[in-house]
Design a protein around this ligand. Structure first.
Ligand SMILES: [Fe+2]
Length: 500
């Protein structure tokens, strides 16, 4: 079948968005309830709406000293606009995206943040109310939308390709931003027939600088994945449809030097409400795993393995005829549909739900797959040094919890090296929320894990947001530098570092 024709047929058949369900119940959050929760629990500042559409530029107060040669910008994205007209989203994933830039250089750190001016955000600003189908909240009286990008919140991640900056979410186009001012330039169409096809939030950069990504066609009412490959200058190399044997949910993927690995979590859909209201992870069924040779992205070898709920993957490596891939398993699949739900709604603190680090072994000879559990409980957002050799496991860097904390969120960062039985933790403190830590190679070094971890923080007791730099090989020693701005903004999800 002509692949391009197939895709066009598929897309034209899906007039309605898969995220749209009949609105039979109202699921509004209540701003007053959230405000009361925030009064009792200052850590809920991590889920408080941002105070303005643009923040900064603000020179941050620097503690310590920037490492020699450390220059560039940490870009981050996350949901930031949660309330309009007395209505509050009840699901964290629904807030409109704000992109932040923490710029390092010349001994200073400057912060700026800006809402992504998506058609959704601009239209609702004019209307003064939310009026668009959302992923996890039932919005009353939504206006019709033409395609995914009319509902795109661009709120999940950022990527830099060449010198271009993009805000990403899982159900629509990448939105290009000006890398200096963070002003929104608009949605990206990589090829004319692929307008508004999802370009998901977790692209992976290959050793040649090209980016691999997927778009879930299930998000458009069809079935299958679109596999994207974009070169280091931002030109499309290929876009292939990968047919899938049954519907499944995936948020991210992993890759080795030779293969892409997509794990589809089995799901069922009920009636009524938003996508995450209707969706249930089907724990009685197996996960299907596609192993795709990068040379033939429309073809997969399929594996089956025990049910696991996971959003994020660490590294994958390949040796002796076996692919090994690491991920963070959420042990409560139902809770995983709405992380930090109580905080979003201003309910009293919930106990943290367990996660654990697991490893999927895919035997390319026998076609069999199995899980192993690694030492690494209670983490999320795992990252690693992509320079790690492709035939050995990487060290993982991830926020975690340690010691006493006033919140049920992360307050520490960990380096995990399960193979060598190594684990180092730096605990930021009782009143600090810690987010994803990005690995930044040391300038001029090619040795894996020789570099810095750059992670963002929210100090709710002192009303400030900040950023920390740690030596990746001395995590337990704590930051070599931290920088703070005299205001807070909500927690985000993912970032990327662009070296100057
Ligand atoms: Fe994510």
């Amino acid at each position: 079948m002509n692949r391009r024709r197939f895709l066009l047929d598929l897309l034209s058949a899906s007039a309605a968005l898969a995220v749209a369900g009949p609105a039979t119940r109202a699921f509004a959050g209540d701003p007053a309830q959230f405000a009361a929760g925030l009064e009792r629990h200052p850590w809920m500042a991590g889920w408080r709406q941002v105070s303005a559409e643009a923040l900064g530029p603000t020179r941050a107060t620097l503690e310590g000293r920037l490492p020699d040669g450390f220059a560039g910008t940490l870009y981050r994205n996350g949901p930031a606009w949660f309330e309009r007209d007395g209505f509050r989203y009840e699901h964290w994933f629904d807030g409109d995206g704000m992109v932040h830039g923490w710029r390092f250089g010349d001994g200073r750190v400057v912060h700026r943040g800006r809402m992504v001016a998506t058609p959704k955000f601009e239209r609702e600003k004019t209307l003064g109310r939310f009026a668009t189908l959302a992923a996890g909240t039932t919005v009353p009286n939504p206006l019709p939308i033409r395609n995914n990008d009319d509902a795109n919140t661009a709120n999940t991640a950022v990527t830099v390709i060449g010198d271009r900056l993009f805000a990403l979410c899982e159900a629509g186009s990448a939105f290009e931003l000006d890398p200096d001012s963070l002003a929104t330039l608009g949605p990206v169409t990589w090829r004319p027939d692929l307008a508004a096809v999802p370009f998901s939030a977790h692209p992976l950069v290959d050793r040649d600088g090209s980016s691999w990504n997927f778009g879930s066609i299930a998000m458009m009412g069809g079935n299958g994945l679109l596999v994207w490959h974009v070169n280091a200058r931002g030109a499309l190399i290929s876009a292939d449809v990968l047919e899938t044997p049954e519907p499944g949910y995936l948020h991210a993927f992993a890759m080795t030097d030779r293969h892409l690995v997509f794990m589809l979590i089995p799901v069922d859909f009920g009636q009524g409400g938003s996508f995450f209201d209707r969706m249930r992870f089907a724990s009685s069924r197996a996960c299907r795993v596609a192993v795709v040779d990068k040379a033939t992205p429309s073809k997969a070898r399929w594996f089956e393995t025990g049910f696991t709920t996971a959003y994020h993957f660490g590294d994958a490596f390949e040796r002796r005829g076996r692919i090994v891939m690491r991920t963070v398993q959420h042990l409560d699949p139902d809770e995983a549909r709405s992380p930090m739900k109580a905080a979003m709604q201003g309910h009293d603190g919930q106990s943290p739900k367990p996660t654990r680090l697991v490893e999927l072994h895919l035997d390319l000879k026998s076609g069999k797959a199995h899980w192993e559990t690694l030492a690494g409980d209670g983490i999320e957002f795992p990252l690693f040094d992509a320079r790690t050799r492709g035939d050995r496991p990487a060290r993982l860097y991830a926020p975690t919890r340690a010691g006493e904390s006033s919140s049920p969120y992360f307050n520490a960062v960990a380096m995990l090296d399960p193979e060598r039985g190594m684990r180092e933790v730096h605990r930021y403190g009782r009143d600090i929320l810690a987010e994803e830590h990005v690995f930044v190679p040391r300038r001029g070094s090619t040795k894996p894990d020789d570099g810095w971890l750059v992670g963002t923080l929210l100090d709710h007791a002192r009303g400030r947001s900040g950023v920390a730099i740690l030596d990746a090989r001395r995590v337990a020693a704590g930051p070599v530098a931290q920088a703070w701005v005299p205001y807070t903004f909500p927690l985000g999800f993912h970032g990327t570092f662009a070296a100057a």
